[in-house]
Design a protein around this ligand. Structure first.
Ligand code: DQA
Length: 144
């Protein structure tokens, strides 16, 4: 089984931008830990990042045929993108919305998520460990 792990804008700067909020690990570090976790769970992953909304939409469309589950940290598009919500509504498998930070303890504009309306679960404030926890949850959901 294949899981798409999609990362949105500015997550390429993980480890460099606002480390007091997002930590010191890079996205490559997170990808490596996801690879290890996925191997332990017997899952395949495709770990992707783009700063462009349309690219994220295209990857979600691709996942319709290529993946059984999606983990998505859409970054700031979480709070703005009806297009990403609509794309996720066209995906049949489980979707986990993920945020490294606890968006609910931050500015009020981060409290609303378009993606939550389609997500089977929301992970926020678990740091980068959230990615491994989300993989475990998808593994459980897909085994059920
Ligand atoms: C984020 C939270 C968003 O509000 C923000 O725009 C990000 C990252 C997180 O992982 O905590 O870019 O999704």
């Amino acid at each position: 089984m294949t899981i798409y792990i999609l990362n949105g804008p500015n997550l390429n700067l993980l480890g460099q931008r606002q480390p007091e909020i997002y930590g010191h690990e890079t996205l490559a570090d997170v990808e490596a830990r996801c690879e290890t976790e996925a191997r332990d769970l017997g899952l395949e992953i495709r770990f992707l990042q783009s700063n462009h909304e349309g690219q994220l939409v295209d990857w979600i469309h691709e996942a319709r045929m290529a993946a059984q589950g999606i983990i998505i940290n859409a970054g700031a598009y979480t709070h703005t993108s009806v297009a990403i919500l609509d794309a996720l509504k066209a995906f049949d498998g489980p979707v986990i919305e993920l945020h490294i930070s606890n968006v609910h303890a931050r500015e009020s504009f981060r409290h609303h998520s378009y993606i939550s309306a389609r997500a089977d679960g929301v992970m926020a404030g678990f740091g980068t460990q959230g990615y491994e926890l989300a993989l475990q949850r998808l593994h459980r959901l897909l085994a059920a």
